[in-house]
Design a protein around this ligand. Structure first.
Ligand code: PLP
Length: 378
């Protein structure tokens, strides 16, 4: 199947997860809302999954609501802050995922909120003083800042942002879609009202995720219908998805330290070898700084020898799957690279790694790229 280095777009399902899911596709097919034994059995499995996820996050099971993925979790968090908390001022960053940015822009367009977008420097760092000034000036606000950016990998200090929000009485939402299952989130320590998660980013199935919503805040329901999820999210539950997600998170926490070390070593290998073998290579944002970036993502900026499209095509022709920016917006200019003022006359390749990648795969990619650039330079 070739080399897959696009794990920020999605990850391969873990075999252990698949095995945990299959009985809920074949054997335990009841509807959890049914009161008979077929229903009760799956209802219990869902509640066990919720308890397990909550336990890993040091949260209460009541604070976990299952969704169809990260997009729904982000939308629910924002709408809940605006509708159930009567908030009409929102502060965010220019590099949030569109699940956040487009939701906020549509609320702004409808006149429901005033939106402030924080400035970022050329590395993609936000200025916490600017955030504090806005919080001070604006009164009660929603702050939506992602934990790690999906294109350049920058990590934001959500512990510090959470504390700042707490001291100004702001509601804080963090899109943790790229970090859930890759870092430990301890919700007894982290001051946040909402977190968003999506199972397929940590070797779970697609189409399922969850929102963490702290017990002191009321969720607004996005979907109306049945009384599932304690009346908070209508629709028959994605049973096998939920079971798979809980298993995937359990495995992620179980193996996190080993995998983090291993994946970081693949990323370091890529940084070192690319820098040695291709003249003029640089890295976008804080991508190459281990302490400030997601260990799974490396955003590489290359001298423009080909168009970005042709470069991606070259890699695809060599059976290497990567992304040119965010896979969710491929074909369009990246709002993240624009926000950090990236040079439009350079090419960007986002490599994103997982536990299934190998050093040999990294070397293969570097050889191909170095061969291309060195031929063009000759
Ligand atoms: N937020 C971030 C940071 C993401 O990377 C993604 C997906 O790429 C999402 C939200 C949306 O998640 P989903 O595709 O599960 O709805």
């Amino acid at each position: 199947m070739g080399i897959y280095l696009d794990n920020a777009a999605t990850t391969q399902l873990d075999n252990e997860v698949f095995e945990a899911m299959t009985p809920y596709l074949l054997e335990y097919f009841g509807n959890p809302s049914s009161s008979h034994q077929h229903g009760r059995l799956v209802k219990k499995a869902i509640e066990d999954a919720r308890e397990n996820i909550a336990g890993l996050l040091n949260a209460s099971p009541y604070e976990i609501v299952f969704t169809s993925g990260g997009t729904e979790a982000d939308n629910t968090a924002i709408l809940s802050a605006v509708q159930s908390q009567n908030i009409n001022r929102v502060i965010t960053t220019p590099f949030e995922h569109h699940a956040v940015l487009h939701t906020l822009k549509s609320l702004e367009k409808a006149g429901a909120i005033e939106l402030s977008i924080l400035h970022v420097d050329q590395q993609g760092n936000i200025d916490l003083h600017e955030l504090e000034q806005l919080l001070d000036k604006q009164g009660r606000s929603l702050v939506s800042v992602m934990h790690a950016n999906n294109e350049i990998g920058n990590l934001n200090d959500i512990e510090q942002i959470g504390e700042l929000c707490k001291s100004y009485g702001a509601v804080f939402h963090s899109d943790t879609v790229q970090t859930m299952g890759h870092y430990r989130h301890d919700l007894q320590k982290l001051s946040t009202h909402f977190l968003a998660a999506s199972a397929h980013k940590f070797h779970g199935p697609k189409g399922v995720g969850f929102i963490y919503s702290s017990k002191d805040i009321k969720l607004t329901r996005l979907l109306h219908g049945g009384g599932q999820e304690r009346q908070l999210r209508a629709g028959t539950e994605n049973i096998h998805g939920i079971i798979g997600m809980a298993k995937a998170l359990e495995i992620a926490y179980r193996d996190m330290d080993t995998h983090q070390q291993y994946i970081q070593s693949l990323k370091n290998r890529m940084i070192t070898k690319l820098s040695e073998q291709i003249d003029g290579v640089t890295f976008n944002g804080n991508s190459a700084i281990a302490a400030k970036s997601l260990y799974t993502v490396l955003s590489v900026s290359l001298p423009q020898a080909l168009t970005n499209q042709d470069l991606l095509q070259f890699l695809d022709d060599n059976h290497i799957s990567v992304s040119g920016g965010s896979a969710c917006s491929s074909g369009n200019a990246s709002h993240v690279l624009n926000a950090i003022g990236a040079d439009p006359f350079r090419d960007t390749v986002r490599f994103s790694f997982s536990k299934y990648n190998t050093p040999a795969e990294v070397d293969f990619v570097i050889n191909k790229l170095a061969g291309l650039y060195n031929t063009i330079a000759a």
